[in-house]
Write a protein that binds this ligand. Sequence first.
Ligand SMILES: [Fe+2]
Length: 130
Amino acid sequence: MLIELSDDMPVTCADTILFRLSMLGITPVLAHPERHPEIARSPAVIESFVRHGGKLQITAPALLGEAGRRERRVCERLLRQGLVAVLATDAHGVEDAGCLGRALARATKWIGSAAEDLVSRIPAEILGLA
Ligand SMILES: [Fe+2]
């Protein structure tokens, strides 16, 4: 299930959501972690969520800096720390999906071929397709 924390929700809410959804056999995928003020200040605050099975999904425009330098830096830190499960388009229509290739190329520069897993293997596993 794709979830998002509003800025005023503490990151610990993600742990509570993870626990409750896990009881139902649902894996929460946290969208836009790079936007959350607590995570932006210290990406380590989301480690517990990831360690317990939650997934982080960053988006291509944020990674490419289209949402500002701060979000780009947070994306890079989350990627380099191995906390990201999914790199997504944030597309609200097929016409918005074109930046994924550029984002994948950038991510590959930072973390190597493991970036490919973020757009193929791991999303497929989350969807039960792999
Ligand atoms: Fe979005």
